[in-house]
Design a protein around this ligand. Structure first.
Ligand code: ZN
Length: 143
């Protein structure tokens, strides 16, 4: 489905990943890609590591998003790691992180600014509108 902005797509992704039990253990990442009527996120992928993601991301992404797992979460996990900043600079695209607290932050390498993302989408609408990511992830993991 299309979200009106990349921020909203990242916010929806963060919400969906909070429903995915394995995201407490592992980092997942998706690209935020343009679509008819706005933005959507690509299939969440994980390399089954607690503190990094090494997954293919779509070439046409305008931004990308990953979560920090809650396994062994420390204060620094609320923020972009030094590596996160480096990856965003290399990819030359804004990076979103879904922190263990539920907050979502955006780092824009073109301005070096980090801002908290306040998504305007109605979170109450999401369970009805989003496909259950657990089914697709379970399906992908069996491949
Ligand atoms: Zn990170």
């Amino acid at each position: 489905m299309a979200y009106p902005s990349a921020d909203d797509a990242a916010g929806a992704w963060a919400w969906a990943m909070r429903q995915q039990p394995l995201a407490a253990q592992y980092e997942y990442a998706s690209g935020i890609v343009p679509t008819a009527g706005g933005f959507e996120y690509s299939e969440p992928r994980t390399s089954h590591r607690a503190s990094e993601f090494k997954v293919p991301l779509p070439a046409n992404m305008t931004a990308f998003v990953h979560n920090h797992s809650t396994a062994g979460a420390g204060k620094s996990d609320e923020h972009f790691s030094r590596n996160d900043i480096l990856v965003a600079k290399l990819l030359k695209r804004p990076s979103y992180v879904a922190a263990p607290s539920g907050a979502v932050f955006r780092y824009d390498p073109s301005t070096s600014k980090i801002e908290e993302v306040l998504s305007l989408i109605d979170q109450n609408q999401l369970p009805k509108r989003l496909p259950d990511p657990r089914e697709r992830i379970a399906e992908l993991m069996t491949k």
